[in-house]
Design a protein around this ligand. Sequence first.
Ligand SMILES: O=C(O)CCC(=O)C(=O)O
Length: 289
Amino acid sequence: MITPDQINEYKQKGFVVLHDILTSVEIARMEADLESFLSRQSDGKERHEYLEIERDPGGQETGTFRRINHPHRILETVAEFSRSQKLIDIMTPILGPNVRLHNSKINLKLPSGAPVEWHQDWAFYPHTNDDFLTVGVLLDDASDFNGGMLCIPGSHRGAVYDHRNSITGNFCHAIESPESKLNLANAEGLFARKGSLTLHHVRTLHGSGPNHSNSARRLLLIGYAAADAWPLLGVSRYDEFERAMVSGKSTVFPRMEALPLTVPFPISRFGDQIFESQRELQKSHFVSA
Ligand SMILES: O=C(O)CCC(=O)C(=O)O
């Protein structure tokens, strides 16, 4: 359930927090599913396909899990929630009746876990229009101390920034020296109890600090687009693209809007591994844990 005031807040600021949306039973099921998946991952295919493992400064895997990619494909509870009526009722007043799931991930942010540098998701995957948002499901309480997400109000209606590393020249999933370009003093924390949801627009500037606490700050993120927002970089598997519809009807007539854009090229040597390519920045904006 989303109220007209919350929809208005999302439209004005480019993000909103919806407090206490999942029940404790729903959260406990999702946590159990996640923990059971992680405990099975000492080896095997899933490990490489779905798990990102932290690397030390020399590039060696530390063995610590950092992120689960595409959890809606492997965790039943996430698959269920990602298509639930509860979530569709929250998204459709904003995106319209026809909605497609674009991506999902769980950032585990374990104690001392790395920050996520300032960026706009729009730079990673530009579409023909920006009726596109990401739902965050707080699997732990989020605060400034444990690296909860920060967003800059109104930035979804502003510029689209360069996300290339000035040394390597490659796309780096982050805005270099953001303090010199953005008014970070305006940033607001999307801090709330576990079971709350956050929504942020695809152009909203956001990031999050390191985890200074001694427990994880797990955040499930699921991106959704209006069905007529088509990826400008193309659709590689049309059957999968069709199956990703979660509400209403798909279309082969994209809606094109004149919007500021950038494209994620030249590709980082780490591909789409955001944490590794952000680590190539000369300087982190956040103070490490
Ligand atoms: O985990 C976070 O705090 C933010 C994650 C994020 O923005 C991303 O993974 O693109």
